[in-house]
Design a protein around this ligand. Structure first.
Ligand SMILES: [Zn+2]
Ligand SMILES: [Zn+2]
Length: 255
């Protein structure tokens, strides 16, 4: 029964849980663990809530996980259970910040010198984290199996909202505007686009996602390509002619 929990953190997030078994408190009453979980719900620590749920799971060792989820719902209400699911849905990868690492070749500028794109990061200034595949999320295998489907659906709902916002905000982005962005802001935007794309790709592969949603996810990921292209640093060979037009546009008075 507790195999998932023993795996949680041990296969990939070694820093966090060197051994869950050693931290286990045998015989801890379920009610105490439930109370500690309840206390985390009013805080803002998603990680704390996820850890408290995992402790509850250990306290309920031998219990059917379906019964455990029912016990949580009974004790903390459906909102409490949703908060627990949400806490897991937002657990972050420990190897990166939001799915990316800054490119060490260009220090995030996306270009090696004025107008010359960085080949290492393909002009983006950041590189997808190889550990989480760019999602910025904790390994899905580390989620409690009984919550996994609900976590995926929660992540899907969250990502679809993010895509909507991104498409809305970046709909008016032009190459000239992208180039005028302060470097830090550009990197943040690129990171957001990259991890949203990675999340969409990741979720599209999840079993809990139905074929219709899968199609939506793929199309949503494609919508983020054009703004991403505009945010690449330096000049790409096929852009050299367009650049003249853009410069003219940028100089035109805007109302
Ligand atoms: Zn680079
Ligand atoms: Zn990562």
């Amino acid at each position: 029964m507790p195999t998932q929990m023993q795996n949680a953190g041990s296969n990939s997030h070694e820093r966090v849980a060197p051994s869950n078994r050693r931290m286990r408190r045998p015989g801890e009453p379920l009610s105490d663990a439930m109370e500690r979980l309840r206390q985390t719900l009013s805080g803002d620590g998603g990680e704390e809530t996820a850890r408290a749920y995992q402790a509850l799971r250990r306290a309920g060792n031998g219990m059917n996980v379906g019964e455990l989820v029912a016990a949580v719902r009974a004790a903390l209400g459906p909102e409490g259970l949703t908060t627990v699911i949400d806490a897991h849905a937002h657990l972050a990868c420990y190897m990166c910040t939001a799915g990316v690492v800054v490119c060490h070749q260009c220090q995030g500028r996306g270009e090696i010198e004025q107008g010359r794109s960085c080949a290492h990061c393909d002009g983006l200034g950041v590189i997808r984290c190889g550990f989480c595949g760019g999602t910025g999320w904790a390994d899905r295998a580390s989620h409690p199996a009984e919550l996994r489907e609900a976590i995926v659906l929660q992540q899907a709902a969250h990502v679809r909202k993010t895509v909507g916002k991104l498409v809305e905000v970046l709909g008016s982005l032009t190459r000239a505007k992208a180039r005028a962005l302060p470097a830090r802001q550009r990197v943040q935007l690129v990171a957001r686009l990259l991890h949203t794309q990675a999340r969409l790709a990741d979720l599209a592969e999840a079993d809990a996602v139905d074929p219709k949603t899968r199609g939506l996810m793929h199309r949503a990921a494609e919508k983020l390509d054009p703004p991403l292209e505009l945010l690449r640093g330096g000049m790409r060979p096929d852009e050299r002619h367009e650049e003249d037009d853009e410069a003219t546009d940028a100089e035109a008075p805007s109302s």
